[in-house]
Design a protein around this ligand. Structure first.
Ligand SMILES: [Zn+2]
Length: 327
């Protein structure tokens, strides 16, 4: 309502009292000068944020650090409170101020999250139009606010938390876990999502060219990805495994009765997601490509290194896991 009913007296009052100098996302919910009800509203921001996205036009009215103009939500929270200092971008800069005629004035990416941000903004083409706020549920834009649709979206988000052990497990590689987590939330800029945000782009999958690119297609309905996933599961001596995204999420928790084999399967699944997305980005940005065998070999070699690193830290599971990944 605060964003979509500009004519309301309450909205006008809240905007002039609290939002004249700061975006909603930057206000401190513990500020005792705010009314009790307004502080309660501020506490609901993380829940509300998942439904907002901004289609960037000229970038003039969008705050770089605060507004949800990327799939990662507020960049202040995504990159951390030291982000403005590290990137040299002031706390209340607009997106337009970070964009110059020569491209984005961002330093080289130094963390995995900064790489994700670079990867996303390279897909943005700005225009002279105003930025527009979109209210979307599960990535689908809605023309008006529906409390029923929002309730259903909030309610069914609870079972998703059961996927947390699949992402943040004891043998995870942080950049693999992060990429998998963003795909579980469907927050990465796959072509189908970019198109729902209003970008006029070709939707053909960059890996196979045979279907439209979406998360579910990439992991692992795509012929290229199927082959990588087959090589990984074969390496782990698994005779059959699902190929559909939803089925894999149901299968992973019970994929093996052996604790270590289950960890190895989670490593392989996340490694496949990470390397396939990397291969997709290589094709998208640089026009370079490698074969499914090369991608799978890279995943296996990364897991070998991870197991050896665990061994060096004195973690016994390193040797158990190495048995699965050893060349
Ligand atoms: Zn494909």
């Amino acid at each position: 309502m605060l964003f979509f009913r500009a004519g309301s007296f309450w909205v006008a009052w809240i905007r002039s009292k609290y939002l004249s100098t700061s975006p909603l996302w930057a206000l401190n919910e513990k500020n005792v000068t705010y009314s009790w009800i307004f502080r309660k509203l501020l506490k609901l921001r993380p829940k509300a944020l998942q439904f907002f996205s901004i289609n960037i036009g000229n970038g003039d009215s969008t705050f770089f650090w605060w507004d949800p103009w990327t799939p990662f939500g507020s960049l202040y929270h995504f990159l951390g409170s030291d982000g403005p200092t590290r990137l040299g971008i002031p706390l209340f800069s607009t997106v337009a101020e970070v964009r110059t005629q020569n491209g984005w004035s961002l330093p080289h990416a130094r963390t995995e999250r900064q790489v994700l941000l670079h990867s996303f903004i390279s897909t943005i083409s700005m225009s002279s139009a105003n930025d527009t706020l979109v209210w979307a549920i599960d990535g689908l834009p809605h023309l008006s606010f529906s409390s029923k649709a929002v309730w259903n979206a909030v309610r069914i988000s609870h079972p998703k938390k059961s996927w947390a052990p699949l992402v943040w497990h004891k043998a995870a590689i942080p950049k693999h876990a992060l990429t998998s987590w963003l795909f579980i939330l469907n927050r990465n800029p796959t072509l189908d999502r970019l198109s729902t945000w209003g970008f006029d782009i070709e939707l053909d999958c960059l890996l196979c060219g045979l279907a439209h690119e979406s998360r579910n297609h990439l992991f692992f309905e795509c012929a290229f990805s199927t082959e990588v996933w087959r090589l990984i599961t074969h390496k782990l001596r698994i005779s059959s495994s699902p190929l559909l995204w939803d089925e894999i999420l149901l299968w992973l928790p019970t994929a093996s009765t052996s604790k270590h084999k289950k960890l190895a399967i989670l490593q392989g699944w996340q490694g496949a997601i990470y390397e396939l997305w990397r291969e997709r980005n290589r094709r998208f940005h640089d026009g370079l490509s490698v074969s499914p065998v090369t991608v799978a070999t890279l995943i296996i070699s990364t897991m070998n290194s991870k197991c050896i690193a665990m061994l060096q830290l004195g973690l016994k599971r390193g040797s158990s896991l190495l048995q699965y990944w050893l060349n």
